[in-house]
Design a protein around this ligand. Structure first.
Ligand code: PMP
Length: 437
């Protein structure tokens, strides 16, 4: 296979990649989170492609962490944002503007059941923070339940919900219980949803006053490595949670907007309707936008105080978000995700037959995980090998994500305009990279 590189250097302001790297080190702070050995300096994005300062073109199979849903600089979204920017850039929710109202109505129309009231925020973290507050106020209880392997945010509150030690800081956890993860590949009870649900019931019976505020779960875990929940799990658990006085929160920050192909929302795959749904990332195609959607009954508790967010529902972000919803419908992206996703998974599963290192291929639509192991029986995480392959894929022109507690899962979550030819290119590149190890 030939990498699709243009090789037309386009240095930013005449700066070399090394100079930019040095500036990053000086001004952007230290972090463990260096994705590539040397960070890519991206200068342009066009639909499913990114271009760096050396003129290289990359197939973007990670979409800025599952965020660029429609494609980089999708023209309809750019137009909507530009037009709104010329008209009105900002006002707060103390006034109304047509963009926020139109967007809220369009979003509510995408929700099942009585999920009709929308709160806008700026990120997934803020959405989950607000959802947790609603659950506690509405139920009158304190205890929250989340899954081990969950990622729900990095703020002082949501870091308690997040379970992966790599992301956690030593902060007060705030009465949060983490239950055994219903992971069909690694979970102690395999795919037996009833046993996982029983374990959750035990937490309520033996670790709380018997009454809880709520339960939160990603309907396919993202940062944790594209982990699908054991079939039937959410149905059993939602019943248990509601009997214990709690509300059910679905974190759709990664799995919403048709990405899973079979349904518009990830929770629909499990046949449940949550009481609160949180979303961000793909909702704005890259604009800083998040939302919490709930029922009028739960929303009522927020009337006891002022609920206010300066940028939440900003006109420009609202116009962009509305354009996202329209593009996803117009371009029939949900059907497309189902079609391309099943092709990708099929090709990856046949690749798995040739390469022992591929322990598991899982996911739905264009939310796919490839778990790499050094021993298939023992499922030993292939930490070092994943890092090597990750760099090799980049050199071949393919950007994927990494995830899981040990960082040994490739996450394939591209912009939803990703085609079958792109999927083929990715699988061929992976085959080539593994074969050369
Ligand atoms: N929930 C999930 C499922 C996420 O994947 C993330 C981000 N990775 C968040 C919440 C937090 O979103 P943000 O980074 O926008 O605060």
């Amino acid at each position: 296979i030939l990498p699709p590189f243009d090789y037309e250097p386009r240095p930013y302001n005449g700066m070399s990649a090394d100079e930019i790297f040095q500036k990053r080190k000086s001004f952007l702070g230290p972090s463990l989170f260096h994705y590539y050995q040397k960070p890519l300096n991206i200068v342009e994005g066009k639909m499913q492609y990114l271009f760096d300062d050396s003129g290289r073109r990359y197939l973007d199979a990670f979409a800025g962490i599952v965020t660029v849903s429609c494609g980089h600089c999708h023209p309809d979204i750019v137009n909507a944002v530009v037009e709104q920017t010329k008209l009105l850039q900002h006002t707060t929710t103390i006034y109304l503007h047509h963009a926020i109202v139109e967007f809220a109505e369009a979003l509510a129309s995408k929700m099942p059941g009585n999920l009709k009231v929308v709160y806008f925020v700026n990120s997934g973290t803020e959405a989950n923070e607000l959802a947790m507050m609603m659950a506690r106020l509405y139920s009158g209880n304190l205890s929250m339940i989340a899954l081990r392997n969950a990622y729900h945010g990095g703020s002082a509150g949501t870091i308690g919900l997040t379970a992966l030690n790599t992301w956690k800081y030593p902060l007060p956890q705030g009465e949060i219980h983490h239950v055994v993860n219903p992971d069909p590949y690694r979970g102690v009870f395999g795919s037996d949803a009833a046993l996982y649900a029983k374990e959750l019931q035990d937490h309520i019976d033996y670790g709380t006053p018997g009454k809880i505020a709520g339960f939160i779960a990603e309907t396919i875990q993202g940062v944790g490595g594209a982990v699908e929940l054991a079939p039937g799990y959410l149905k059993l658990v939602y019943d248990i949670v509601r009997k214990a006085g709690g509300v059910c929160i679905a974190d759709e920050v990664q799995s919403g907007f048709g990405r899973t192909g079979s349904h518009y929302w990830g929770f629909e795959t499990q046949g449940v309707i949550p009481d609160i749904v949180t979303m961000a990332k793909g909702i704005g195609n890259g604009l800083p936008l998040g939302a919490v959607v709930t029922t009028p009954e739960i929303a009522q508790v927020m009337a006891q105080k002022i609920q206010f967010n300066t940028f939440g529902g900003n006109p420009v972000c609202s116009a962009g978000g509305l354009a996202v919803l329209k593009v996803l419908d117009k371009e029939k992206r949900q059907i497309h995700c189902a079609d391309v996703g099943s092709h990708l998974i099929e090709r990856l599963r046949s690749l798995q037959k040739n390469h022992e290192i591929i322990g598991d291929v899982r996911g739905q639509g264009l939310m796919v995980g490839i778990e790499l192991v050094t021993d298939r029986e023992k499922k030993t995480p292939a930490k070092v090998e994943t890092g090597v392959l990750f760099e090799k894929l980049k050199d071949l022109g393919v950007l994927v994500g990494k995830g899981g507690l040990h960082g040994n899962v490739f996450r394939i979550k591209p912009p939803m305009c990703f085609t079958k030819a792109d999927a083929d290119f990715l699988v061929d590149a992976l085959d080539y990279a593994i074969s050369g190890m």
